[in-house]
Design a protein around this ligand. Structure first.
Ligand code: FAD
Length: 638
């Protein structure tokens, strides 16, 4: 049975729209924007947001999901320098533009609705559930709009009226076309020799006397690269003087420019890739040949500027993953309820029931963490805007605001790689489980299960691979412990105690999964230390901290940790999701939602605590022989 509305059939998604604290966000969202049509009452806003999601949920169910086969069979076509969008995708994007959905998160003065980014993320989930290629193409309208707006604010490139309302900003003309759905953009980072390792970027940018730049190089696999507004990461500094990531700057490069009164191409379409999935979408090679570029932000700060927005993009992959997880779960559940073997629906056979149960609770868990992280990221962004436009006068107030921003930013930063990791990996695993539940039917093209798997397989690759997310998660977490080992140790001890003596079942379960995390980090640290210092390993953490930090070389000394980075990330993800579920359960404990949210938190931990312990066992027991081989050294016991 195909649902007619992907929002109203999703109780968990509706809960998040109901439970989000819009009252905290709303004043910041509206503070510097055109006040006409602005919401002031959070309840009114929440009702409007739910109505809007219901409209998009219906569109996704009726105008996207029934056409996935068509979206899969149609490809974009390059005609000379221009590219024709695949017809069904073009029709869907037009439909979204007619609904006013392209400018959801953009300011009202450019034709947008100035809605929260958190809400835009929920829209992405609904569209991805319909078809992930639609969500991906859609993301390069609002997403690029958001990127350009954020850069203009960071640069201070805007005008205010007497009430501190923004009246115009850099990129307003571009934003108007994006909000109207006429144009879109793309992010150009990857090159043949620079994927995960962006320090190898070779595309060169040279400043001209008139302040513009000329850019030369090749970018590959650019999603929606046939758009008008390119954001390009290029090398602005002499690699001999300032190499690696420090020599990069960010540029705005329009696909067309005016030359001698004529509109000519500024970037060359170097061809379209044939991909294994998301066939309607474009992955293009873009050749930059003396292309005119305009610096965004500060020269030499391109990588930092890109990171500013990467968090959002990575959280969005979490929502994209949720869309696929929801689509695969629903297909599997519907089929399992109908297909009868050995006298009962396969949904009632224990192993299949177990799959379905795992799919449901994993989706609920990831959604809890994703909404929380998207909220933290958005609060950090909105408060940064406040700091820029209305910096507090007193030193203390300014410090307090900066501290608040940092706190939101740090919380978002710690969970972002985990969301990207889980969203990508679980989307693939779910698609595989769905195929298995459908049996032979899953293998046949007609039912679309294999398409979901093909479409999902890109999620663990783009926006930073799963391995790169794992490296980030490992480094951030180990460094956090290193900064304050005393605190980590006393926390570990307290958790161990609570895991045994705690009175509340949910809090006790949470303490137990947290103990697994600290045990994993302790195990990795102990191995790093024994590897580095040999005889220090039996001494207390506090004693080796000083010498450890003095001689610490992250490029080399993390080796043992790096080896276990993905394993640790699995544990960190389970803990972060458990924490998000428990926080939600605590927050709504006294409402009608209370019992259900508590049950979800317990259900998730019941299922995932043993998984975390299994991964801990791997970390604790795998011998270091591979490491010896990698570092080309004699094994310790040889
Ligand atoms: C369909 C599609 C769309 C894309 N869209 C865009 C886009 O719009 N814009 C854009 O700029 N790019 C885009 N990309 C590129 C994408 O971001 C890169 O493919 C990705 O960053 C990985 O880079 P790579 O393919 O060069 O792999 P590599 O960096 O060569 O990595 C190969 C493998 O090695 C692993 N690896 C690399 N370094 C390490 C390490 N230090 N430790 C452990 N493992 C490591 C990786 O995880 C991966 O498994 C797209 C790619 C595809 C396939």
């Amino acid at each position: 049975m195909v649902s007619r509305n992907f929002f109203t059939d999703n109780e968990d998604l509706q809960f998040h729209i109901r439970a989000t604290d819009w009252g905290k966000l709303l004043p910041l969202l509206e503070a510097y924007e055109d006040p006409s049509d602005a919401f002031t009452d959070p309840k009114e806003a929440a009702t409007f947001y739910a109505d809007m999601l219901e409209t998009i949920g219906q569109f996704a169910a009726e105008q996207i999901a029934p056409f996935t086969e068509e979206l899969d069979s149609q490809h974009p076509v390059q005609n000379g320098e221009e590219v024709e969008t695949a017809p069904r995708l073009a029709k869907i994007l037009n439909g979204l533009a007619e609904m006013g959905a392209m400018g959801l998160m953009m300011p009202r003065r450019v034709g947008g609705l100035n809605l929260p980014v958190v809400l835009g993320s929920a829209v992405s989930e609904l569209l991805a559930r319909g078809d992930v290629s639609v969500m991906s193409a859609y993301g390069f309208y609002g997403g690029v709009g958001l990127v350009l707006t954020s850069y203009a604010i960071e640069e201070g490139n805007f005008e205010l009226d007497e009430n501190n309302r923004i009246t115009s900003m850099r990129f307003d003309e571009e934003l108007k076309k994006i909000a109207a759905g006429q144009e879109w953009g793309a992010m150009l980072l990857t090159e043949p020799n620079a994927g995960s390792d962006l320090a190898q970027i070779g595309t060169k940018a040279v400043e001209q006397e008139d302040g513009t730049w000329r850019i030369n190089g090749q970018k590959i696999w650019i999603t929606s690269g046939h758009g008008e507004h390119h954001i390009v990461l290029a090398r602005s500094e002499d690699p001999g003087k300032l190499g690696g990531l420090k020599g990069l700057s960010l540029y705005y490069v329009p696909a067309h420019i005016e030359k001698d009164g004529e509109r000519v191409r500024n970037v060359e379409m170097g061809g379209l890739e044939e991909k294994m999935g998301q066939h309607s979408g474009v992955a293009a090679t873009i050749n930059l040949e003396d292309s005119v570029g305009y610096l965004i932000g500060q020269r030499g700060h391109g990588f930092r500027g890109m990171l500013l927005l990467m968090n959002n993009a990575r959280i969005l992959v979490g929502f994209e993953g949720l869309g696929i997880m929801e689509a695969t779960y629903r297909q599997a559940e519907d089929y399992a309820n109908e297909r009868v073997t050995m006298g009962k629906p396969i949904a009632k056979h224990e192993m299949i029931a177990d799959y379905l149960d795992e799919m449901k609770i994993t989706t609920i868990g990831l959604r809890a963490l994703s909404f929380e992280a998207a909220g933290n990221e958005e609060m950090a962004h909105r408060l940064r805007v406040k700091l820029k436009i209305e910096p507090p006068e007193s030193h203390e107030e300014k410090r307090a605001l900066e501290k608040e921003i940092l706190s939101y930013k740090n919380r978002a930063r710690m969970s972002t790689p985990l969301i990207k990791y889980v969203g990508g990996e679980e989307a693939v695993r779910f698609a595989r489980m769905n195929m298995q539940i459908l049996g032979g039917v899953g293998y046949m093209k007609e039912y679309g299960a294999e398409k979901l798997l093909r479409d999902a397989l890109i999620l663990p690759i783009y926006e930073g691979t799963s391995q790169i997310q794992s490296l980030m998660a490992l480094k951030d977490n180990l460094q956090k412990v290193l900064r304050n080992p005393t605190k980590a140790l006393s926390r570990f001890a307290a958790l161990k105690l609570e895991a045994v003596t705690g009175r509340d079942e949910m809090e006790k379960a949470l303490a137990r999964v947290r103990v697994v995390k600290y045990s994993a980090m302790q195990s990795i640290f102990t191995r790093i230390v024994s590897d580095k210092f040999g005889d220090m390993k039996d001494k207390p953490l506090l004693e080796w901290k000083a010498s450890f930090l003095k001689t610490w070389d992250p490029a080399k000394d993390f080796s043992f940790g790096l080896w276990h980075a993905e394993r640790l990330t699995k544990i960190l993800s389970i803990v972060a999701i458990s924490e998000a579920l428990v926080r939600l359960a605590r927050r709504v404990a006294d409402t009608d939602d209370g019992p259900q949210r508590r049950a979800y938190a317990l259900q998730y931990m019941e299922r995932f605590e043993p998984k975390a312990k299994g991964v801990l066992e791997e970390i604790e027991s795998y011998g270091p022989s591979l490491l010896d081989r990698l570092l080309d050294r004699t094994p310790k016991d040889a």
